[in-house]
Write a protein that binds this ligand. Structure first.
Ligand code: IPM
Ligand code: MG
Length: 355
C-alpha cells in the first residue's frame, strides 16, 4: 500500500532544508519507493495565511498520514503575538494532537565532523547517544499556567510540571525497548533532589525496569549533573531518558557535541501503528533564513528516521544515512560546518550518493 508523507516546511530555514528532503524522497520514489508526498502550511506561515499556526485541517492531515516531516517554526515577526497564536504553540498542538509522546533524538558524531565540535576529537569521535525525551507532558503542557496580576499590582507567572505514572511508563517503555537493540543501558535524568515529581519519575522508571525489563541496566542521574557529564565524558551514555524540558535542554547541548545543531534529526512517535512526526532539532534560524545556506542534513536525517519508524523501510533509512555520511566524508560542508556549500549544493552532494 502507498505510504503517505506530509511535509510541513514552516518558517525561516524550514522550507529551504525541507526542499532538500523532498528531493531525496523524490529520488527514492523514482527508484521504486511507494510514497505519496503532500504539503501543508504550518507555523508562522499558517498564522499569516490562516490566522492560526495549525489549522484543524492540517492536524487532521497529519493524523491521517503515515508520517509528517516538519521544517522549523518561529521567527521575530510572530514573537510579540499572544501565546497561543505563536508558531511554537502550533508545534505543541501538533505534538499533542498526534499523541507522539516519545521523542527520539540521536546525537551521533560523524567521524568526518569530529573536528567541527568544540570538544576534542577523542571525546566525540564515535559518539552515539539516543535521547528519549517525553514530548507531550510536563511543564510544556501542565495546568495551571499563565500570568496574572496580583492585587498589589505585581505579576505572578505560573507553569506546572506534572506527570502521571502512565505518562512516565509509556515513554520509559520506548527507551527500554530501544535500549534492547543497543547496549541495554539507560540513564534516566530528573531533579529528584528538589522536585517531588522528579523523585516520582525516578521511582516509576525504576519500578517498570524491575517489573518488565530486568535485562536493562538502569541508572539515575540528576539533570544538572548530566549537563556536566555530557561535556566531560559524553561517551559514557548510550540511551538517555528524560522529561520534556530537561530533554529539550540536554539534547541541544548534545547537538553541539556532534559538530553542529544542523546535524541533529528527531523522531516523535506514539503508540505502535500511529503516525510519527519528524523534525530537525534546530530552529528556524532567522539570521540566515532566505539565503539558502542552511545545513539540510538534520532534515534529511529526519526523513531517514521516518523511513525507519513510520514508512516501513529501514533499508532505505540506512541508505540515506550512508549518503549523508559519504557526502561529509567527501568534504561537503555548509557554513555551520566551516564550509561554503549552499543548502542546494549540500543536497547535490547527498543525492550523488543515492544514484
Ligand atoms: C525543540 C524546540 C521546541 C521545543 C520549540 C520550538 C517549541 O526547541 O523541538 O527542541 O521546545 O520543544
Ligand atoms: Mg529545543
Amino acid at each position: 500500500m502507498t505510504k503517505t508523507l506530509l511535509l510541513l516546511p514552516g518558517d525561516g530555514i524550514g522550507p529551504e532544508v525541507t526542499a532538500v528532503s523532498r528531493r531525496v524522497a523524490g529520488r527514492l520514489i523514482s527508484q521504486g519507493l511507494d510514497l505519496a508526498i503532500t504539503e501543508a502550511r504550518f507555523g508562522g506561515a499558517a498564522i499569516d495565511a490562516d490566522g492560526v499556526p495549525l489549522t484543524d485541517e492540517t492536524l487532521a492531515a497529519a493524523k491521517a498520514a503515515d508520517a509528517a516531516l516538519m521544517g522549523a517554526v518561529g521567527g521575530p515577526q510572530w514573537a510579540g503575538q499572544p501565546y497561543d497564536l505563536r508558531p511554537e504553540a502550533g508545534l505543541l498542538k501538533l505534538r499533542s494532537g498526534m499523541n507522539v509522546y516519545a521523542n527520539l533524538r540521536p546525537a551521533i558524531c560523524f567521524s568526518a565532523l569530529a573536528d567541527a565540535s568544540t570538544l576534542k576529537r577523542v571525546h566525540v569521535d564515535g559518539l552515539d547517544i539516543l535521547f528519549v525525551r517525553e514530548l507531550t507532558g510536563g511543564v510544556y503542557f501542565g495546568e495551571p499556567r499563565g500570568v496574572e496580576t496580583l492585587p498589589d499590582g505585581q505579576r505572578r507567572g505560573v507553569n506546572t510540571h506534572v506527570y502521571t505514572t502512565s505518562e512516565i511508563e509509556r515513554v520509559a517503555r520506548v527507551a527500554f525497548e530501544l535500549a534492547r537493540g543497543r547496549k541495554s543501558e539507560v540513564v534516566s535524568a530528573e531533579k529528584g533532589n528538589v522536585m517531588e515529581a522528579g523523585l516520582m519519575w525516578r521511582e516509576d522508571v525504576q519500578a517498570l525496569r524491575d517489573k518488565e525489563y530486568p535485562d536493562i541496566k538502569l541508572s539515575h542521574m540528576l539533570a544538572d549533573n548530566m549537563a556536566m557529564q555530557l561535556v566531560k565524558n559524553p561517551k559514557q551514555f548510550d540511551v538517555i531518558l528524560t522529561d520534556n524540558l530537561f530533554g529539550d535542554m540536554l539534547s541541544d547541548e548534545a547537538a553541539m557535541l556532534t559538530g553542529s545543531l544542523g546535524m541533529l534529526p528527531s523522531a516523535a512517535i506514539g503508540d505502535a501503528g500511529m503516525p510519527g512526526l519528524y523534525e530537525p532539532i534546530h530552529g528556524s534560524a532567522p539570521d540566515i533564513a532566505g539565503r539558502g545556506v542552511a545545513n539540510p542534513c538534520a532534515s534529511v536525517l529526519s526523513l531517514a528516521m521516518a523511513l525507519r519508524h513510520s514508512l516501513g523501510r529501514p533499508d532505505l533509512a540506512l541508505r540515506v544515512e550512508a549518503a549523508v555520511d559519504k557526502a561529509l566524508t567527501g568534504g561537503a560542508r555548509t557554513a555551520d560546518l566551516g564550509g561554503i556549500l549552499t543548502t542546494a549544493q549540500m543536497g547535490d552532494a547527498i543525492l550523488a550518493h543515492l544514484a
